[in-house]
Structure formats: C-alpha cells, structure tokens
Design a protein around this ligand. Sequence first.
Ligand code: ADP
Length: 902
Amino acid sequence: MTRALKIIFFLIIILLPSLLAKEQRKLAKNILILNSYNYGMPWQQTVNEAINRFFDRTNIVLEIHLEYTGLAQMHTPGFKQNLVDLYTHKYRNDIDLVIVVDVPAANFVAQYRDKLPWKAPVVFISDKQDQDKILGIKNMVGVFSDVDIKATLDVALTLHPDTENIAVICGCSPVEQLYEKAAKEVLEKYRDHYSVINLTGLSMKTVLSRVKKLPPRTIVLYLLTIVDAEGKDFIPRKILSKISQNSTAPIYGLWDSLLGGGIVGGRVSCAEFDGVQAAEIAVKILKGEKVDKNVDGGQKFLFDMRQLKRWNINEKKLPKLSEIFYREKTLWDLYRFQIITISCLVIQFLFILQYVVRGKKANRLQKACDDLEVQVDKGTTELNELNKALETRCLECVEVKKREAAQVANKAKSQFLANMNHEIRTPMNAVIGVSELLSKTQLDEQQRKYTKILLDSSKHILYIINNILHLSKIESNQLNLETEVFKVEECLCEIFHMVSPEAQKKDLKINLDIDERIDFPVRGYVKPLKQVLINLASNAIKFTEHGSIQISVQLESCDDSYARLLFSVKDTGLGICEEDRQRIFDDFYQVQHQKDYKGTGLGLSICKKLVEIMKGKLGVRSDLGRGSEFFFDIEVFRAKDIVVSYDASHSDTGNFFQKHPLKILVAEDHETNRMVLTDTFSILGYEIDVVSNGQEAVNYAMSSEYDLIFVDIHMPIMDGFEATSCIRENFAPEHCPLIAGLTAEIFDEEDYLLKNGWDDLLYKPVTIEKLRDTLQRCYHKKTRRKTITTNHKLLNSQVVDRKVIAKIDKDYLDVKTQYFLNKVPEVIGQIENGLELKDIRKKVKELKKDFKDLGLRRFTQVCNEIHGDATSENVDYFVDSLKICYYWTSEELKSYLPTTDN
Ligand code: ADP
C-alpha cells in the first residue's frame, strides 16, 4: 500500500509539469498563419515577423502555427485538396484564428472555406487587385495591401527627367499577372510620351540578357518575378539582385521587401505595416471584439542610397517624407562603440596627460620660479654689491672732494694762522714785554697794581690766543711734537708745584698718588702731557670751593719697551651733570655754573686731542655737587736713563752773561719789540746790537764778529730766511756766527733748523726765561763747535766723495742707500733713547764700517768724532751733529741714484 502510494506520488511529480503544460495549452489560443509562398520569401517573412512581434506585446497566451503553403508557385486543385486534407488531419477544429498572408493563401481559404476543418475567423493580408475573391466572405476580414504603380512611375520619371523608355519586368504566376495587368492600365497613360519595353512573361534568362541591352534613357518598373516563362520559380528579391546587376537602367519597385535587392525605390507597399494591421485585427477578434471592416495597407516613398548613387540621383530631388535606406555607413556608424570607447580613453588619457603635463609644467614652472628666485637673489646680491661699491665709490669721491676741500681750507687756515700768529703775537709780545719790563722798574704801590693787571690781562689774552692757535694747529696737523725722556714722578711733582699756589689760595689740598711701580724713566710727549695735567688740575681748582684735589697715575700695563699709564685728576667740586658731560669735550663748550667763570671752552677740547696724539683717551666721571674725575691713559716708551742736557738753573739772571758771554745781533722790524728785546737781553746782562731788517743784519754780520745773530722771519727789505742764507754764504762754516730764527709761529723746529740753516729758534713773545734758555743752548753750541774745529773744513767740502761713488755699481749703491736710510735713523733713535756711552761708541763704529766703501766723508768724520769725543755731557750735541750729517748725506746719496719717475 505504502509502496503503491509512493509510486503514484512519484508519477504525479514527474507528470505534473506536462499535465500543467497541457492544461496551459488548452487555455492558449491557437493561431494558424498560412503563408502563400515557400519559406524564404522576404515580403512574407517581414509580415510574419511583424505579426509575431505584435503578438508578443499582448498579454494573450497564444500558440502560433506556421504553414508555408507554396500556393504562389503551386496552384493546382489537387495540390489545394492535398492541403485541405493535411490541415484537416493536422489541426481538426483546434484553431482559434487563422491569418492568411497574401493573395494565393487568402484565395485558397476563401475557396475551400467549407472543406477546411476549422470554423475559426480568418484575418487576411491580400491585395486590392484581387479583392473580389474574398470580399463578403463571412468571418474573413483583413488588410488589402495595395501597390501604387503610378506614384512609383511618377517619382522615377521625376528623378530621370530625360527618360524615353519604360521597361516592365514581371513573371508569369497568377499573382504576377494581376500586377502586370494593373501596370498595363497605368502605363497606358504614359505611352504617348514613353516607349514601353515589355519584359513580362519571359524566361529569366531572357530578362537578364535584355536588361543588359536596355536603350539609354530607360527606367525599369519591376513588378514581380516569382515564376518565369519556363516555369522556374524564384525568390523575387534574390533574382531582382541579378537583374539589377545586369541592368543598364535604374529599376523601381513596388514592395518594401525589394528594397536592398536592387531597386532604386518607389512608392512601396509596406509589409511591416500590413503585418501589424493584420495582427491588430486578429487580437481584436481574439478578445471578442467584432471586426467587420477591412483596412487598407500602407505605402511609403522608400529609396536605396546605394542605387541613388549608382544612378547619380540627387537625394534632394526625392519626394518629401521619403526614407532612405542603406546609406553608406560612416565611420561613426561602423565603429560607434569603438569610437566612443577610444574617445573616452583618449579623453581620459588627455586628462591624465594634461595632469602630468600640468604637473610637469608646474614642476618646470616651480623650477623656473626657483631658478628665477635664485637669479633674482643673485642679481639682487650683485646689485647690492654694486650699489655698495657705488656707494663706497661715491663716498670715496665725496671723501676725496671733502679732503681736497679740507686741504684747501686747511691751507687757507694755515696761512691765516701764520698771519694771525704774527700779527697778534707781535703786538702782544710788545705788551707783555713792556709790562714785564715795567714791573721790574721802581714803581709805587698803585703803579705796581696797574702793571700787574696789565701783565695778567695781556697774559690772559695771550693764553686765549695761544689756545685758539694751538687747537687750530692740532686740527690742521701742524703740531710737531717731540718725545722726551722724563720721569713721571718728576713730571707730576712739577705740576704739583705749578698749581699749588692757586690751590692754596682757595685752601684746597692737593694730593699726589704715584704708582710705585712707575720707577723707570720714560720717553714720551712730556710737553703735551704737562699741558693736559695743568689744564685738568687748574679746572679742578677753579671749580672746587672745598675739599681736595687728587692727581694720580697708575701703571696700567707694561713690557720691556712700552708702558701704559693711567692719569687721573679728581676733585670734590661742583660736578658736571649728564647732559654737560656729553658735550664737555666739544670746542668752545662751557658749562653754565651759577658762578661766572672765565674761559674759552677750549681747554678740555685741546686736552682731548693732545691725549689722542699720545695714543690715549680722555674721559670724565662726575656726580653733580660732589665732584668730578677726569682720567686718561697714554702710551710711553720705557727709557733706560735720563739725559740731562744742560743745567736748568734759572735763578741768577745777573751772572748769566758772565757764564755765557756772547756777542749778539738782533734783527727785528717791530719797534716796540726791538725795545722789549733790548731790555730783556739787558736784564740778563747782554748789550746787543739791534737792526730793523735782514739787509742791515747781513751788513752788520759782515762788519763785526758776532757769536749769535737773531733774525726775525718777517721783515721788510730782506726777510729772515734770506738774511740767514746771505750770512752763511759770506762765512766759512767754522767762522759763521750761530744764527737763530725769531718767530711767533710754532714750527717743527728740527725741520726748520735744517731747512733754513738756523742753529736755534726763539719763539715770541720773548720772555726772560725763554731768552735765558735759548742763550744757554746757543752758548753750549758755540763752545762745542770750537772743540771740533776740523769739522768746519769738512762742512765746506764735499759730503760724499764723488770719485768713489762714480765707480760703484748703481744697483749696489741703491741697496746701500736704502740700508743707510733705515739704519742711521734707527741708531739715532737708540742713542736718543738713552743708549749707554760705550754702546754709542760701538754703534757708530759699526755704522762707519758699514758705509766705508761709499766714500761718505762727512758721515765717517762725524762717526769718528762721536767715537772719540762723545761724553755723557756733550752727547746731545753729537746727536744733533749726526742728524744734520745724516740729512745732507742721504740727500746727496739719493741724488746719485737713477730717478724712478716715469
Ligand atoms: P676753559 O678752557 O674755558 O677752562 P674747558 O674746556 O677746560 O674750558 O672746560 C669746559 C667746561 O667744563 C668749563 O666751562 C667748566 O664749566 C667745565 N669743567 C671743566 N672741568 C671741570 C671740573 N673739574 N669741575 C666742574 N666743571 C668743570
């Protein structure tokens, strides 16, 4: 039992789908499509497809049966009966609707209506040409397709306006005969204008050969070629291709299914359209709707582009709404997909490329920018450098211009100074001299007071003038200072003694604080140093009312050769505020203290410059109301010993002449000064001769034996320079009196002495002290000269032996001269620095030996004298002698060398 159930269940499962399908089939509507032609007929194929497509779009379940009757070709009654039998056997009454395609099948169904097994409605697609056979038959409704021969001919003739012949091709089957008949009727109307070439009812062979020989200006109307005269059947479209290939005339046709087979086109019947219409009617019937009206088929102007081209037909001439098929496919048509794909790829590639290029460009741009930046930086740097160079050059130019202008101004200033010096100092000399002389005479108390005021005031004026001139000299670099060997302690003591009287007057205490380590003599600018210290100490006293003044010196640093000394002058006076401290060293700057102090405001400014000359710096520290401290450091050489050149005792004026007897002539043009000089000399015990110009001085010198002649520089008739050289010319050197310049100008003494042949200088205004010093020096010179009598001969003879020099090689002479120019000043410097006597002798001996072969007569002689006669007392004289000798010798040596000027 169970087993039997299982088998039944299994069978149900297996058979169910087929049972369901059968049921489905029962439910479906059976449609039979009867075709007129065999399989392969294009028109019929198109209609079938159109019907099927339409059915597919409906929701009716259909089972379609297709039959190709071949009735177009085979139309005998026997064949038709066979078909009836076949269909009766095959379909019985299972058909719900029959669709018949084209005239033969339609006529067959109409003819065998009662014999056929089904009673189903029939939808036909037939031809209007043969409508009589089916019109009015019950249950048969459909589409009457129609061909429009006239419209086709008309369009053909329009496109070929020169047409003379119309050829007509048509087969022999009953359907074809229908069309042939219709065509004949239409062509009747054209016969007046066109010849009709009849290619109907012929064998296909004949047709094909005939179309090859068609006369010009012929058009062909192709109807149908289903069966030819020989009974051969053809698929019209296929045979049409052959006909078209052979034809010498364009072929026009009547069915759309022929398009592409060789016709140019025409007003054609549309199979697709007819199929759709038939399917529509069928669906309506199947749905139970009543359809009893036949419809007409559709036509269109359709053309084949290839044929249009072949026959050179302009498509613009085609009727409106014409459709053209078989256009030559463009590349776009052929390769649309590929083109789109490639285009996309290309676009993508271009995007990428653009991106890359942009990137590269950006990189390049960036690089270019970087390069540009580097270039710009480089250019900027170069430009800056150029600018700097230009600026420097400009500054240099400005500097040069300034310097030139300054030089011119300096020269003018120097000239002005020289003039002022002379013009102011000369009368001042007179005033001071007279005042001093006056003070030495018998005076009552009041006269003494007045004389003192006169002397003080004139000294003050001179002090101011001196300051101004001094400052100008410093600024114009005309201050030729000489170093001297001195002891710092002694120097400070001197200052102490000089300023003490003033301090005492104000009850101020002066303290000296000297660093014990400074126990060695030094060589330095002692005069400026003293000047600075006196100025600072005087100021300290001047601006201090209570307390004390401290003058100190500390050893800042030292080695074997040099020492740096730090000087300071400190007071407990008024003090100087910050603002004044900033400007206190400026020229003519004076602090506005409550009390009125006399002054020029030049003292500190001169001090500052003098300290700078001594390679130091002057500074100030101060507390307003508490006092000030001025400090400066200077550089000095360390000297071994101090050379005391002469007795500096100035006390006894009366004995002076006895100690230093000299016969003196003075040449001075200024009358008052003459008087002052005469009296000043007389105070020291001298009776002098006085003349008022250079010429008189020369005359006097020639007529009388003087030991010493003072010549004023600026004199009428003959000035001091000329007078000096005249006197020198008239005397042998050993007999020539000593000649001293008398001047208010401050010169580089040594230079002036040498250049102007003077033995000494006396600066105006002449004071007793100054005169005493000068006379003392000159007396020493005179006595020394006597000890070196032989020297006089030499002075007048050749300095250098020319015969010896002439034999010396010039290069060698050059080298030797350079050595002489370096070596001798070095030795002079060493002697002046305090070389010991035995070392001096050694040095001059070496000098003599070094230059023996040059024939330096005078130099050798001086060296001999120093070696033999020099003592610690007269070494100064010998140094002077060596300097003068060096000067003349070097000048003469240089004159033997070839000139280096271009
Ligand atoms: P002068 O040559 O007229 O004496 P200085 O150049 O020496 O002038 O000084 C300039 C100014 O500095 C003075 O007017 C004075 O007021 C101020 N001065 C200088 N030294 C001192 C000091 N020790 N204490 C206060 N003031 C001072």
